[in-house]
Design a protein around this ligand. Structure first.
Ligand code: GAR
Length: 192
């Protein structure tokens, strides 16, 4: 069975683009759609460029869940990847996709996770805490923010001269390198 993977994104979507490019030409993985909660997110521009349909649902639709579940079922989706998606995943979605929703977080969880900890806010907090390391965490999603079982982490150095922007660059580099490979391995193993 070829897995059909939905990508959820709220912002720029550079990870979405990187994932789709990594798997392009690979017939063993399909990415039939991108969902967002923001109609003006740049991920929609990338989706057009990549030729992948993208759709926006409201915050309430994501919170209620059933409309999203029906929509994903229409597309025969069996995995969900959160790539810069900022809303909590509600119970109906979690129950329909047990252990099949994966998130990437731009820090070394359990540090710098939880509500309000996304994108720039995370890197700002890392600088303010005087950390010497940051990195990425790829984890299964549960009903709490940034709390599910960790699948993979990778570390980057944080130097005294680093700013939230330079940390974001280092973290993005780790994300681009590792996230597609982790998806390939986790989804591939689950289907064996
Ligand atoms: C990524 O760094 C991702 O780890 C982070 O948002 C960024 C999205 O960038 N996710 C979170 O902060 C989730 N709590 P992108 O839109 O360019 O892929």
């Amino acid at each position: 069975m070829t897995p059909k993977i939905a990508l959820f994104a709220s912002g720029s979507g550079s990870n979405v683009e990187n994932i789709i490019r990594y798997f392009s030409g690979n017939k063993n993985f399909e990415f039939p759609l991108i969902l967002s909660n923001k109609p003006d997110a740049f991920v929609h521009e990338r989706a057009k460029m990549l030729g992948v349909p993208s759709f926006t649902f409201s915050r309430d639709d994501f919170a209620e869940g059933h409309k999203i579940v029906s929509f994903l079922k229409e597309y025969d989706i069996n995995f969900i990847i959160l790539a810069g998606f900022l809303l909590k995943i509600s119970a109906p979605i979690l129950e329909t996709f047990p252990n099949k929703i994966i998130n990437i977080h731009p820090a070394l969880l359990p540090k710098f996770g939880g509500r309000g900890m996304y994108g720039h806010h995370v890197h700002q907090a890392v600088v303010e805490a005087g950390e010497t390391q940051s990195g990425i965490t790829i984890h299964y999603v549960n009903e709490q923010y940034d709390d599910g079982n960790v699948i993979f982490q990778a570390v980057c150095e944080v130097l005294p001269e680093d700013t939230p922007e330079t940390i974001a660059e280092k973290v993005h580099a780790l994300e681009y390198l590792h996230f597609p490979k982790v998806i390939e391995s986790v989804v591939g193993n689950q289907l064996k």
